[in-house]
Structure formats: C-alpha cells, structure tokens
Design a protein around this ligand. Structure first.
Ligand SMILES: C[S@@+](CC[C@H](N)C(=O)[O-])C[C@H]1O[C@@H](n2cnc3c(N)ncnc32)[C@H](O)[C@@H]1O
Length: 239
C-alpha cells in the first residue's frame, strides 16, 4: 500500500494517483484487510422500497455482501465515489450483476445531494478516514437522511486517551502507531469520528475491536476498528 508515492494537487487527483495502479487487485487484497463490512450490511437491515446511498463506495463491493433478494427490493441505491478508476469497477459490477436499481455517481461526498432530496440509509465503509473533511461528509449525510433513517459506518480509528466508560481503551502505542502508519496512504485515523457519530445519531449497534494485520502473521500490533449503526432522531436536536 505505502510503496508508491501519492501525487496530485487536488484530493481527487491524489485519490486517482493512489488507486489507479491497484484498482484491479483492490477487491482481492482488501477482502482480508477491510473486515466488518459484511457484519455492517447485516446490521443495517434493508427494507423494501428504501433509497440507499454508499458514500465513498469504491468498487461497490458492499452490495455483494448484502442479501441479494433484499437488494433487488430496494427502490434505489446510489454508489458515490470521487475516484473514476474505482467507479469503473463499480460500474462493471453493476452491469455484471444486473442490478437495475443501482446507479454510480462520480461526486464528492461532502457536497453531493441525492436527486430524491432525502434517503433511508447511508453507508460509509472505510471512506471517512479518507475524506479530509469528514465532518462535512457526516453533516451532509445527516441532512439528507430522513428522520429515523439509518447511518452505517465501519472504519479504522483510534480511541481518545480517556474514552467514556462504555468505550474501548487503547494503549499509547496503538494510538500513536496506527495514525502514523496509515498517514503514508493519506488515510487519517481520528479519535473524533466515533464520538461525533454518537453525538449526532442514536446508537443502534456499536462494536469496537482490534484485529491482527492480514498477510503479516509475525506482526504483533493489532489494528483498531469500529462498526457503528445509528439512527437519525425523529426530532432533530442537532440544528
Ligand atoms: C478505502 S476506500 C473504501 C472503498 C469501499 N467503501 C470499500 O469498503 O471497499 C475509500 C474510498 O473513499 C473514496 N473517497 C475519498 N474521498 C472521497 C470524497 N471526498 N468523496 C467521495 N469519495 C471519496 C475513495 O475514492 C475510495 O474509493
């Protein structure tokens, strides 16, 4: 991951430079690294007639982890990503699977708005840590989610030094090592993403854990990640 230097003046150019050479091997390599996506899809419980959005969808692999009968019953799914090479694979996947209710969109997740105006569910899988202004991406999703709508997030993270009682504690070395490691790939681990999600949404599911790094059996340091499913309150207390 960290071997090729990332170049470009804009965020979109840097993403393209990072992904263009690895996109065809992306799904194979990330399968063991980006775990928890299948759990997230199960926890989000899609329902007939709903509109869903996957922000920073990459190659659209999340949809293969969804019950295909339930996917077919959704009214619409938008796969949104800023990297054209990733979307090319997503588009091919949509065609191959004959997903007629799925549309790919090349756009910035911090400013995109769904044509319907509001949606039932928003997904961020390993995308918030790659979006520099992730506050804006969460705020945007919050705005276009219906009251009672669901947000689902899985990502790497670090805990605060003194997390609240229910939250997992992490060692100093974990909180120091992983942000440095991931920053080589312009992926920024934050100790604020999870508290920010918890502040805006009513918690439905929260899993925090540390897993071994795949492909490196002798590497002892475990990677921290979380799975969060939240509901937008019926009465908006955030605005
Ligand atoms: C680590 S990949 C995860 C892809 C996919 N969600 C998955 O789980 O395999 C992060 C994705 O976020 C996208 N991304 C980063 N910044 C973005 C932005 N501002 N708007 C939309 N997509 C963005 C990248 O292009 C990339 O496809």
């Amino acid at each position: 991951m960290a071997l090729k230097p990332v170049r470009g003046k804009s965020h979109a150019e840097r993403l393209e430079s990072f992904y263009v050479a690895q996109v065809d091997a992306y799904d194979r390599f990330r399968k063991r690294l980006l775990t928890g996506r299948d759990e997230l899809m199960r926890a989000m419980d899609p329902k007939k007639g709903e509109v869903w959005v996957d922000l920073g969808c990459g190659t659209g692999a999340n949809l293969t982890m969804m019950d295909q009968h339930r996917l077919a019953e959704l009214k619409k799914v938008y796969l949104v990503d800023l990297t054209e090479s990733m979307l090319r694979v997503a588009r091919e996947r949509v065609q191959e699977n004959g997903w007629e209710n799925v549309e790919t969109v090349c756009a910035d997740a911090t400013i995109w708005t769904p044509p319907e105006g509001s949606v039932d569910a928003v997904l961020f899988s390993y995308s918030l840590t790659m979006i520099p202004d992730w506050f804006a991406a969460i705020d945007r999703a919050y705005e276009f989610l219906k009251p009672g709508g669901i947000v689902g997030v899985v990502d790497f993270y670090i805990a605060r030094k003194y997390p609240s009682e229910r939250r997992m504690r992490q060692s100093f070395s974990t909180r120091w090592f992983w942000p440095m490691w991931f920053s080589f790939d312009n992926l920024f681990l934050s100790n604020d993403i999870l508290p920010y999600l918890s502040r805006k949404f009513e918690e439905v599911t929260l899993i925090e854990r540390e897993d071994r790094l795949p492909f490196c059996p002798v590497f002892w340091k475990k990677m921290p990640r979380f799975i969060f499913v939240g509901r937008k309150p019926q009465v908006d207390s955030n605005s």
